[in-house]
Ligand binder design. Structure first.
Ligand SMILES: Nc1ncnc2c1ncn2[C@@H]1O[C@H](COP(=O)(O)OP(=O)(O)OP(=O)(O)O)[C@@H](O)[C@H]1O
Ligand SMILES: [Mg+2]
Length: 456
């Protein structure tokens, strides 16, 4: 427990420092408000004990400014009689408490204990909230098939370690969800989970994106910027699509992982970082290694624990429960059912886009539904590159993979057409499509449809 004591009365400050230290507290004393503020900028404290009348910066100003730097800091004002009205006002502004001078030791100790107890409760509360968030998050991640459960077992086993994990699997299988679950199940769950998509960032920017840069490092670097490694410090860094990282950066990444230090672009100083590293790929990295496109040493550094996410065709038993999950997700409060026949066709489809494709399909069907029972009639006309040799499917066997694409295009077109129809009024568009406004916005994002930009 760290306490900062600010009081310009030298003898009082010395006596208090002595008594508090005797009680086992870690206390630093300063003689004015400005010094206190500097100290708060330098280090984290649990409690501030502050006089009100002090030179340079008084206790009230100190309270206000400290809120910006350390919003969770508890402040107890030590006040002479004349300043009681001010102290009362300060409590209204967010000071934790005040005590009037002169005071008995016990009065001070009780106030301190109270503040520290509240601190502990708040910490606990935060942790519980984090756990709850994790629980909610993970409970929406469903599956009952054997391969899925096997994979979850592995996830549980390795989650609360600091081991590097390489998650592989086809596009849309849930690699990012797994990465987040690992983070939430680890002791780092109350720290940041930072994801970087190595494929989405232009080559010239990725180094600064990962490691940060200092002001003036290159044109446009107008101020220091922290990289993702630093942002993830204490937490988890997720490098998505790691197979797309260019070879030059692979070397720099290797060094950062091996030594756990980074060097921001243009900086001469290294920074130590403490991160859990997770990486994902939907290409066969080993093959890339043999083709000379991916460094072998980096591959082994990343592939400490490999987790393979099975494709949806390898775990068709999961289709019904996923359908149920997505119907509830997109149907919100309406009670939507799914006909057996529809479920059957969904189970026999090949799902090249895996869970993401299933999710998008259900979203679309729920939005465009004619009644609260979804049947095969609700399937889009172009649905069905099927892989089972049933009679119905044979007719559609001649369908090219384009039908998969055109399904997405059709969905996008529907959104754009409706937006145009209602002059880009999103509330009206959502109402017309019978979807909540946030679902519309989510879909606009998904298809890169931007406001005021009619067609991309
Ligand atoms: N088991 C599951 N239960 C519920 N939803 C899931 C499950 N698996 C995946 N999803 C959902 O499917 C979508 C795709 O998952 P995610 O983004 O994790 O896939 P990915 O493997 O990272 O894909 P890509 O390689 O394209 O990046 C997400 O919306 C995710 O919430
Ligand atoms: Mg992904």
């Amino acid at each position: 427990m760290k306490i900062l004591l600010a009081d310009d009365d030298n003898s009082l400050r010395k006596v208090l420092l002595f008594k508090l230290r005797q009680k086992g507290f870690d206390v630093i004393g300063v003689e004015d408000g400005q010094k206190a503020l500097d100290e708060l900028k330098r280090a984290q404290y649990d409690l501030l004990l502050s006089d009100i009348r002090m030179p340079k910066l008084d206790g009230i100003e100190l309270l206000e400014q400290s809120r910006v730097i350390q919003p969770e800091l508890k402040t107890i004002l030590l006040t002479a009689h004349a300043s009681v009205p001010q102290a009362v006002a300060a409590v209204k502004l967010g000071a934790f408490d005040y005590i009037t001078k002169p005071f008995e030791d016990d009065v001070l100790f009780i106030a301190i204990e109270k503040a520290l107890r509240i601190n502990r409760l708040e910490d606990e509360n935060k942790q519980l909230k984090g756990k709850l968030k994790a629980q909610n998050y993970i409970s929406n991640f469903v599956g009952i098939s054997k391969p899925f459960k096997e994979m979850l077992k592995l996830v549980d086993k390795i989650a609360d370690t600091d081991t590097t994990v390489l998650i592989s699997g086809e596009s849309g299988t849930g690699k990012e969800v797994i990465a987040k679950s690992i983070h939430y199940k680890s002791h780092r769950s109350d720290k940041e989970f930072i994801a970087v998509n190595c494929a989405a960032i232009p080559k010239e920017l990725i180094e600064s994106e990962l490691f940060g840069h200092v002001k003036g490092a290159f044109t446009g670097a107008v101020r220091d910027k922290k990289g993702k490694f630093e942002l993830a410090d204490g937490g988890t860094l997720f490098l998505d699509e790691i197979g797309d990282l260019n070879i030059e950066l692979q070397a720099k990444l290797l060094r950062a992982i091996q030594e756990r230090i980074i060097e921001p672009v243009g900086s001469e100083h290294n920074k130590a970082i403490d991160i859990r590293l997770l990486a994902a790929t939907n290409v066969n990295l080993k093959k890339k290694v043999s083709e000379g496109k991916f460094r072998e040493d980096l591959y082994y550094r990343l592939n400490v624990i490999p987790i393979h996410v099975p494709s949806l065709t390898e775990r068709k038993d999961d289709v019904p429960i996923l359908v149920k999950e997505f119907v509830t997700k997109f149907g919100k409060e309406s009670e939507i059912t799914v006909s057996t026949k529809l479920l059957d066709s969904l189970m026999h489809y090949s799902w090249p886009g895996n869970v993401r494709e299933l999710e998008n399909l259900i979203e679309r069907m729920v939005i465009l539904r004619k009644s609260n029972e979804l049947t095969e009639k609700d399937l889009p006309d172009d649905f069905g590159v099927d892989d089972t040799p049933s009679s119905k499917v044979e007719e559609s066997n001649d369908k090219s993979p384009e039908s998969y694409l055109s399904f997405h295009d059709a969905e996008k077109k529907l959104v754009i057409d409706t937006l145009n129809r209602f002059a880009w009024n999103r509330t009206k568009t959502a109402k017309f499509l019978q979807i909540p406004r946030h679902v519309l916005i989510y879909r606009m994002k998904k298809y890169d449809i931007y406001y005021n930009k009619k067609e991309k």
